[in-house]
Design a protein around this ligand. Structure first.
Ligand code: ADP
Length: 873
């Protein structure tokens, strides 16, 4: 096979073998080319043309390519499309290749050496252009150590790293909480996610993981960072080994690991998160999600932290209390809040700038951002210290904002005010920082002035005012005169040497010009080298303080979240929730933040109706009935969201809220509401319900929305009945259960901690009015037909449904069987026919008419008569 491959193709195959299942970006001149299946995949994802190049084994080789200068945009799309990419660069110039070939005694044709310089994958991005400012980008590694799962997660754009351990059944919830964009698993991994990146099991050895962490952080023991289990260390090992692989030996910024016991958080599994639409709606976008309704952060880092808070609400009263106290502090002091938010608005993303610098992908602009951010952090600290009575959380954060004076002084002296993103062209080191550099710049400045003087002198000497000294990339500096003046300079003793003749102009050189030009070039080269050296040195100085800078970034993000939450709360009179131990839920005038916002946005539409909820040990399961569209789902979800917001440490949309700490939150929606997710819906509904029944406990909160709806009426009712009973008897969780089966009201007779509620509706002048009010008692009826009418179902169909319903109810009353009455139901067409007697009376009158004899006025009157008669019948 290799026999038919050209040397270049062989090089390609070797690199492709190294790239494994990553797409290979193969650098050829100004393009990254892809071949074979890679080309097909990429052309599909990027929607670019698929061509061919040469042949392999007698068939044309599929190829597509992207220009190097715009590769970042294409990379972003490939990564979004679920691909991973290996970048193979040319690592020598064609000249070097020729040289090498000659030295090695090869033939004339030399192949430029290429090697993979980096793997670009969703979880290992640091580039500003490839990251979303308001979303963390998490990479996770999981492994199973003798029946216990270890998890290591890291946001490599900022270096934050956490380690966790839990039993395998909590893996799904933990991964859902972290929301990683890439997950690394050992090759022999047998749990979900099945689509994780598979890596050699050896890289997940716990002792190797421990050793790696010690080396990365330069410590002899990890005790100073916390207590880590073997499973945590094994996962950390797998994560770091993968990062090393992706960066070809280079590691990005990694902060000391934080051990996180999983009991620290309120657990929510994947489907609960999806159904509560926390970070994204069911379609996967941010609009109408909880975070969109809550986020008032003014920095990207703040928004990322808020997303983390909402994905991982706390299950620890003390910590929740600390966050709440800090939100309250800013809530009660609007002026301080406004000042803080104004200051934060100009804050660069120093966490990510630091990440790029440490990863070796930094720019002078990143150094400038670190400088500006740290200076502003100090100002913010002063501003905060000017106010008394700070809550504990702020007291703890403030010291992290200061202590960088030496570094910021250095960066201020070293850098120009707005350093560029490119460093090849220099110009970012400030004047006065390095005298040698200033002198080099002085030399080229003097030489430039000398050249300007020279131009004036030459014009005079040659009597040619049109003479110019110009510069271009090919010739360097040269003298140019219009063709008609060239003769004088052509003379042998003129001191000028001819270089080039153009259509209208002739170009010359002179010895003095050459000398000055060399001085500029030499000084410029030295100056660039000097700036480059300063850049490395400054980057190193920043890297030495990376932990302290990351702590500043984290403190700023927390301030932004606290102030943002306070801002949100003050917009719509949210309240401070009270978190207690007893398993209660006492919400006064609670609202749904997203639905309320949506109603407010539609001017003139109805206002949101606030509702109470009062669960306790004695009354812990509410059955909520009432018509479709009555507001059952909204009521269920608003209570779940209020709990979530409270345990995330923020205010809640209610007049008052007392919440017994929740350890696990579950939300399930009956199958037919869930079609959009495109799975075998009833099966999914049951699998999810099973998970609740096996996991929910006395401290859990469960919302079940029309569970049992995905099957026939009898099955559905039976299942809903049994599930409600089980939650009441076995799980003893707090639960809101929405159902349209009013038969379930009978459960109240046997379940003493279950009570009946419904969303109110009334019929008014034949129309249905939905009041969206939750009140005590069973729903009197379902109003299904009224809802159908409201929805615009044609009147004959509604009428027909009414007669079917009557029969059904009659049959049930007589025999107890639901369908018993349907036997004597007339056929649809027959039922819709106009009764025979009415029809005949009309016909007779029409037949007896002599239309020609009618005056127009009479005809009209007759028509009115017929109409009235028809209405009466
Ligand atoms: P159900 O679950 O009973 O079918 P939903 O909760 O889906 O009803 O509510 C249907 C619609 O009614 C919502 O989209 C919203 O526009 C409106 N709605 C629900 N609850 C309220 C409320 N408390 N105040 C005002 N409008 C509401």
């Amino acid at each position: 096979m290799a026999g038919t491959a050209t040397p270049m193709m062989q090089q390609y195959f070797d690199l492709k073998a190294e790239a494994g299942d990553c797409l290979l970006f193969f650098r050829m001149g100004d393009f990254f080319e892809m071949f074979f299946d890679d080309a097909r995949t990429a052309a599909g994802v990027l929607d670019i043309a698929l061509t061919t190049r040469g042949e392999y084994e007698g068939r044309p080789v599929p190829m597509c390519g992207v220009p190097v200068h715009s590769a970042e945009g294409y990379l972003a799309r490939l990564i979004k499309g679920g691909c991973r990419v290996a970048i193979a660069e040319q690592v020598e110039t064609p000249e070097q290749a020729k040289e090498r070939a000659r030295a090695e005694g090869h033939a004339s044709k030399a192949l430029v050496k290429r090697s993979i310089v980096r793997f670009v994958t969703a979880g290992t991005l640091t580039e500003e252009a490839l990251l979303e400012p308001r979303r963390a980008n998490m990479l996770a590694a999981v492994c199973d150590l003798r029946g216990s799962c270890g998890l290591a997660a890291c946001d490599i754009s900022t270096g934050a790293m956490v380690l966790e351990e839990f039993p395998p059944e909590r893996l799904g919830a933990a991964l859902a909480r972290i929301g990683a964009s890439e997950i690394v698993v050992p090759e022999d991994w047998s749990h979900d996610p099945a689509d994780g990146v598979r890596r050699p099991p050896a890289s997940f050895a716990s002792d190797a993981g421990e050793a790696r962490l010690k080396t990365v952080h330069g410590v002899a023991t990890l005790d100073g960072f916390g207590q880590f289990s073997r499973a945590m260390l094994a996962a950390a090992g797998g994560l770091i080994a993968y990062l090393e692989h992706a960066g070809r030996g280079e590691l990005p910024l990694l902060l000391p690991p934080v051990a996180r016991p999983s009991a620290e958080f309120m657990a929510m599994d994947e489907s609960t998160r999806a159904s509560l639409e926390i970070l994204a709606n069911q379609q996967g976008t941010r609009s109408h999600s909880l975070i969109a309704a809550v986020d008032r952060c003014v920095t990207g880092a703040g928004a990322r932290l808020l997303a983390e808070d909402l994905s991982a609400p706390l299950a620890d009263r003390a910590r929740i209390g600390k966050r709440l106290a800090s939100v309250r502090y800013f809530h009660d002091d609007p002026l301080l809040r406004a000042d803080l938010r104004r200051a934060l608005r100009n804050m660069p993303d120093i966490g990510r700038a630091l990440g790029r610098l440490v990863a070796g992908r930094g720019s002078p602009r990143d150094l400038g951002q670190v400088r500006d951010g740290l200076i502003q952090a100090r100002q913010i600290s002063e501003m905060m210290r000017a106010k008394p009575d700070r809550p504990a959380l702020l007291e703890y954060l403030l010291p992290n904002l200061v202590g960088h004076a030496e570094l910021t002084d250095l960066l201020t002296r070293a850098l120009v005010p707005a350093p560029p993103t490119e460093r090849q062209n220099g110009g970012f080191i400030a004047e006065g920082f390095d005298h040698a550099l200033d002198e080099l710049r002085e030399v080229s400045g003097n030489a430039r002035r000398a050249i300007a003087a020279m131009e004036a002198r030459y014009r005079e000497d040659t009597g040619t005012p049109a003479l110019k000294i110009r510069h271009n990339g090919v010739l360097g500096y040269f003298i140019e005169v219009p063709a008609k003046h060239a003769d004088k300079l052509m003379e042998a003793d003129s001191g000028f040497t001819h270089r080039q003749t153009m259509a209208n102009a002739v170009r010359f050189n002179s010895l003095t010009l050459h000398e000055e030009a060399s001085r500029i070039a030499e000084a410029g080269g030295h100056a660039l080298a000097a700036e480059e050296a300063h850049f490395e040195e400054l980057t190193e100085r920043v890297a030495q303080r990376s932990e302290a800078i990351a702590a500043t970034a984290a403190a700023l993000a927390r301030l932004d979240v606290s102030a943002g939450q306070a801002e949100r709360a003050s917009e719509a009179e949210w309240c401070v929730p009270q978190i207690v131990e007893e398993p209660i839920l006492a919400i006064e005038a609670g609202r749904h933040p997203v639905v309320e916002g949506a109603l407010a946005a539609q001017a003139g539409k109805e206002r949101f109706v606030a509702n109470d909820c009062a669960l306790s040990a004695e009354d812990r399961l509410w059955l909520v009935g009432g018509p479709n569209m009555g507001g059952k789902s909204t009521f269920l979800r608003q209570n779940a969201l209020i709990i979530l917001l409270a345990q995330a440490g923020g205010f809640v949309p209610a007049r008052a809220a007392r919440i017994g700490l929740v350890d696990q939150l579950f939300s399930r929606v009956g199958a037919s509401d869930n079609l959009a997710r495109g799975r075998s819906t009833f099966m999914v509904e049951m699998v999810e319900t099973a998970a609740i029944l096996s996991q929910a406990g006395p401290r859990s909160f469960v919302i079940l929305d029309e569970v049992g709806r995905g099957t026939s009426t009898y099955d559905g009712l039976a299942l809903a009945w049994a599930v409600a009973e089980a939650i009441h008897e076995t799980n003893t969780s707090r639960c809101l259960f929405a159902t349209h089966y009013h038969e379930m009201a009978r459960l109240a007779d046997t379940c003493e901690a279950l009570s009946l509620h419904h969303v109110r509706a009334k019929e008014w002048k034949g129309d249905l009015v939905l009041l969206h009010e939750v009140t005590k008692g069973a729903a009197d009826r379902s109003y299904g037909l009224a809802v159908a009418k409201l929805a615009g179902v044609p009147a004959p169909v509604v009428k027909r449904a009414r007669s079917v319903l009557d029969k059904l109810e009659k049959g049930r009353a007589e025999t107890g069987g639901l369908a018993a009455g349907l036997g004597d139901l007339p056929l649809f067409a027959a039922a819709m026919e106009v009764p025979a007697d009415t029809r005949d009376a009309f016909r007779e009158r029409l037949q007896s008419l002599d239309i020609d004899a009618l005056a127009p006025r009479e005809a009209l009157d007759l028509l009115y008569d017929l109409k009235r008669e028809a209405n009466e019948k």
